[in-house]
Design a protein around this ligand. Structure first.
Ligand SMILES: Nc1nc2c(ncn2[C@@H]2O[C@H](COP(=O)(O)OP(=O)(O)OP(=O)(O)O)[C@@H](O)[C@H]2O)c(=O)[nH]1
Ligand SMILES: [Mg+2]
Length: 397
């Protein structure tokens, strides 16, 4: 059988396990495996360590990436003193499963680079961000080497690039801006090459200008290097600042539909009057609410978008034309299911061939086909609305 890799949260080996479980024990044997993935998704966390020498801008970066300013509640302390003396955890204000760790400055008397990573309990972080400013230093090189030696991944971020441009301006050389930025990047790459830790991603940022330089690309780079489950955590935290992010979210949520549909149709499934199948409607309600939040169509997200873009909230809300923005409860979902059952759904319509192993497990007429179709329609509807909101907020045609 032609197993699909890209359209599920399962890797090739797991898909084969699903198939063989189905072969020997039917749906009953497969359900717990899918249920487990569902729980892994719910409990996943992402821990990102931010490190570098003292005073390079680690804490300021942690605030910037969480969308906070230094004066906001929950912001990391910043300044010109050696402020951070032990790893401090900063959860994302709305998504606590994403956690940044502000590590003390490396290379000081208190924290020589040799045993720094062990003292920081390096194992618990998914990856590291090394922040540097000005010259590439021996501490930068040694830190990168140590992280690699411990088999962890890092990104090299050259911060305070606005200061470099300011210096150019003072010298009346702003015309050289692009050349200068390339030079700085190459200089860091060379430093890392010399330390023997290439190839590595080097990004130039200003924590005070998160829409400029490599700041937007930074998030993209993290996303591309995470597995599906960790990606889920990170993607969820990103505001829809571009249509590209919205597209990534859509592709990602599409992969989740069949997991919701399977869990709804197996564990906890109960008969629904008027329908030929049993399902857990509560899970579907949760899925719809989660999609809505993921796509930033909930009230709080729309308000935040209005605040950050300066667009009146009424203008943004006027773009949203789906009843799914209102109260979503079990009654509504049951009505939607009854409506689609009346319309008649075929397995072909839900394109189970896109996920062959599932196509083999669930036939037409099972709850899976109906719930899959329902969530797919819901997602398309929400995405369409989210796209209009993004276009209105950022004046994209
Ligand atoms: N212009 C500019 N200043 C920055 C930037 N990032 C940080 N700073 C400033 O640099 C100083 C040090 O920043 P912090 O974020 O406190 O540095 P840190 O690495 O956390 O410092 P320690 O915790 O002491 O190791 C502060 O005055 C920040 O305002 C940046 O991107 N641009
Ligand atoms: Mg700090």
């Amino acid at each position: 059988m032609n197993l699909s890799l890209n359209s599920t949260f399962f890797n090739q080996q797991e898909l084969e396990e699903l198939e063989s479980a189905y072969g020997s024990g039917g749906l009953e044997a497969v359900a717990p495996l899918i249920q487990e993935k569902f729980h892994n998704l719910k409990s996943a966390e992402l821990h990102i360590a931010v490190t570098g020498e003292a005073g390079v801008g680690k804490s300021t970066f942690i605030n910037a990436i969480r969308g906070l300013r230094g004066s906001d509640e929950g912001a990391a302390e910043t300044g010109n003193m050696e402020t951070t003396m032990e790893p401090i955890q900063y959860k994302h204000p709305s998504f606590p499963e994403l956690c940044f760790w502000d590590l003390p400055g490396v290379g000081t008397l208190k924290f020589p680079v040799e045993d720094y990573l062990c003292k920081m309990n390096f194992e618990k972080y998914d990856f590291f961000i090394i922040i540097s400013r000005g010259r590439f230093t021996e501490n930068d090189a040694n830190l990168a080497k140590e992280i690699k030696r411990l088999n962890k991944n890092f990104y090299f971020v050259r911060s305070q690039i606005d200061n470099d441009l300011h210096a150019l301006e003072m010298e009346d050389r702003l015309a050289d801006k692009e050349t200068e930025l390339i030079k700085i990047k190459n200089y860091c790459v060379e430093g890392l090459n010399l330390a023997g830790v290439s190839p590595s991603t080097v990004m130039l940022i200003s924590s005070f200008q998160v829409r400029d330089f490599d700041f937007p690309a930074l998030k993209e780079t993290f996303l591309n290097n995470l597995d599906d489950i960790k990606k889920d955590v990170f993607l969820r935290t990103l505001p829809n600042t571009t249509l590209k992010i919205l597209e990534q979210k859509t592709d990602h949520l599409k992969k989740r539909i069949w997991i919701f549909a399977t869990v709804s149709g197996t564990v906890g499934a109960v008969p629904i009057p008027g329908l030929s199948f049993a399902c857990d409607v509560g899970i579907l309600v949760k899925a719809i609410k989660e999609f809505r939040e993921y796509l930033r169509l909930d009230d709080a997200s729309l308000q935040r978008l209005a605040d950050t873009t300066g667009k009146p909230i009424e203008v943004l809300k006027a773009e949203v034309k789906t009843p799914l923005i209102g109260e979503v409860n079990e009654d509504l979902v049951k009505r939607m299911l009854l409506g689609s059952a009346a319309a008649g759904i075929s397995a072909a319509e839900v394109a189970v061939d896109a996920i062959p192993v599932i196509g083999c497990i669930f036939g037409a007429g099972s709850s899976f086909v109906a719930t899959y179709k329902l969530l797919n329609d819901v997602l398309n509807d929400l995405v369409e609305n989210a796209r209009k909101v993004v276009k209105a907020a950022f004046k994209i045609d």
